[in-house]
Write a protein that binds this ligand. Sequence first.
Ligand SMILES: [Zn+2]
Length: 305
Amino acid sequence: MKERYYISFNEGKDTLPKILQIFKEYGREKLLEGNYPSKIFFRHFYILATDPFLKILENVFKENNWELNKRLEREYSNKELMQCKLLALRLNIAPKGMGGPQSGTKFDISNACKICGTAALQISNLMLRPSDIPKNRDITQTYDFNILISKKLKEKFLKLNLKNVELIPVISSKDRKELGYYQILPKVNLPPFSESTKGIEIFNQCKICKRDGFYDSPEYPPELHYNNFDESFLNKANIFFTYEYFGNSELKEPFKHSILAVPKCIVSPKILELFSDLKIKGLHFEPVIVNGFPDLNKWKVNKNE
Ligand SMILES: [Zn+2]
């Protein structure tokens, strides 16, 4: 596992030359190479977490009261990811379309939070506009993080004999015809994550259900921890939803104007294996820490490569 930081700053016209001077003093101008228009004072770059220049830069920014934005990113080898018991799946693919109540998709709110509607159960096919379906992609997502797969990929999924996961045809909100894509809909939610979880923030959460309002931190990769976890639970399904819902839910009258937060998709390594075999691009997997495994500190590469 390699850790690197995405760094950016925008201290304005007068300060930028001073900052550039520091990069020059340390012979690190190359980090900032790029084509910036003359009136743009924003700069950004990647640096390995083990690079000593990072500490130097942080100290100089702190002393001068300049603002340095920092986001940690982790890169894993497939071998590392395959050892994990669960993986959080994220699509690095621009979302298209809204699949929630506003699209006409039906939900049962009888077991959902009475105040905000979180944990409403989807009870119809996902409805989207035909123009929301991308061409020539095997996997895609909507703005509300519904994951959709092509027919070809669906056939491969079926061969895996997945447990407790439905692959439901996406239909057109115009004429209800099938659009040739399938929504991955897990039927089992994991238990709540443990307090040692990192990289998740809570904002404007519903005070009644405390189940929505979760967000990925802009600075730290999501690191979900499940401690005291009964591992026989892993046999229940190959793709799970989290207990927690991301985004903020809001019940409105009429219901079709409501907004519903969505859980994260957590998959078994079997799913990673399928995606890797098929060389599907645009996917990112983060290890989920189950009963302390894996210990990410042991995976850190301490060399400056
Ligand atoms: Zn609620």
